[in-house]
Write a new protein. Structure first.
Length: 387
């Protein structure tokens, strides 16, 4: 890995894992673990014990839903496909919709039951449909967690039922939540307060386990959780104007407390911070040197809009920073990454975006490069003599 890539990787980690600590000192929650992030960028706005490994209860099902929706997106399975219910699925305790073994239920109905009513039996049925066996699905869950960088997570089931080696952290839950909210269908289901599913021979009533869906403006997800070991947990998301936030509360003492703390945390985010596009896609950066190119100077442009979240009243302290990859070498193709443009605040990285080549730059011929090297050597020698 080049030095530039290493630097970018380190900055990326700091952007997504380091909170705006100075800005959040005045705000505090009396809770075991919590985090608040911007859904789009992953920027952390508040955290408390966010890396502590804790039982996640049914928040686990965020990963179950994510893997299922990824397979739907890949067209390996359809929401209209009928899933055979196994004896294992039927046997699940806790929250359930009382699925009967050897019957068939549409995948969409099972996913809706998981999202709204946290149905354990539906989560097992979906797991088996996606991976062929329940154990295979657990392997997929842990592989996906590793892929997403969820370093304080280990899954042993798809439902969140208590188990010694089943754990996650507030930060890791926020990471997988960011992936899940990319699927509008999930947010559509998660916004439903009461619904009825047509199952073989009967209808099942679904009541949303997240009461804030009715009470908190802009909330449309994501997942509750509760066991004696985990306490009361909630991974929530809400959108106002152009900003979607994700909050995670773990080990609240009651359902009421997790709702109050979630509301406070989201209120803090929406009231204290502003989301703004500060660099627009296509903005250009001039005079980028390509020493061995046929053209020695080229132009880069911003690959995408760069949005940052910053505390109200601090816009004047935002600074733009451009880092060009060291020792750029031709040939360069249009669209190649030449560097990064970042937004800094008080020496902290808030967000960054790729700078990409606007044109092809071929490598200069051997004699041209030799002549340039000679001219540079002479120039450097004269500077030392005259300096």
């Amino acid at each position: 890995m080049s030095r530039f890539k290493i630097i970018v990787t380190v900055l990326f980690v700091f952007c997504f894992l380091i909170p705006l600590s100075e800005q959040s000192e005045a705000f505090e929650l009396d809770i075991e673990a919590a985090i608040l992030v911007d859904a789009e960028s992953g920027q952390v706005l508040y955290e408390k014990n966010a890396d502590q490994a804790l039982p996640p209860a049914s928040i686990t099902k965020i990963m179950t839903l994510l893997l299922a929706m990824e397979q739907v997106e890949k067209n390996t399975i359809s929401l209209d496909d009928e899933v055979m219910i196994s004896q294992l699925a039927e046997s699940m305790g806790g929250s359930q919709i009382y699925l009967a073994a050897n019957t068939r239920v549409k995948l969409s109905a099972l996913l809706e039951a998981i999202t709204i009513a946290s149905a354990n039996d539906a989560s097992v049925a979906v797991s088996e449909a996606i991976a062929g066996s329940y154990n295979n699905f657990i392997d997929l869950m842990n592989k996906k967690a590793e892929e997403l960088g969820m370093v304080n997570t280990n899954f042993v089931n798809s439902s969140g039922l208590p188990s010694k080696n089943h754990y996650s952290s507030a930060r890791d839950i926020a990471v997988m939540s960011r992936e899940l909210v990319k699927y509008p269908k999930i947010l559509e289901w998660a916004s439903i307060w009461v619904d009825y599913l047509q199952l073989p021979g009967r209808k099942a009533m679904l009541v949303n386990t997240n009461k804030l869906i009715r009470d908190y403006p802009g909330m449309d997800g994501i997942k509750t959780g509760h066991t004696d070991e985990a306490g009361f947990c909630l991974a929530a998301t809400a959108q106002r104007d152009n900003m979607r936030l994700i909050s995670v509360i773990m080990r609240a003492s009651s359902e009421k407390e997790r709702e109050e703390l979630t509301s406070r945390l989201l209120d803090y985010g929406f009231n204290a911070f502003i989301s703004e596009v500060v660099v627009k896609k296509g903005e250009q950066v001039q005079n980028i040197e390509i020493p061995d190119g046929e053209k020695t100077i080229t132009v880069a442009e911003v690959a995408n809009d760069l949005k940052v979240i910053y505390q109200r009243g601090t816009a004047d302290s935002l600074k733009k920073k451009i880092v060009i990859s060291e020792q750029l070498q031709a040939p360069i193709k249009k669209g190649d990454v030449l560097g990064r443009q970042s937004i800094m605040q008080d020496d902290r990285l808030l967000a960054s975006v790729d700078l990409i080549a606007t044109e092809d730059v071929e490598r200069a011929g051997f004699f041209t490069r030799l002549w340039r090297s000679f001219v540079n050597s002479v120039s450097n020698l004269l500077q030392r003599i005259l300096g």
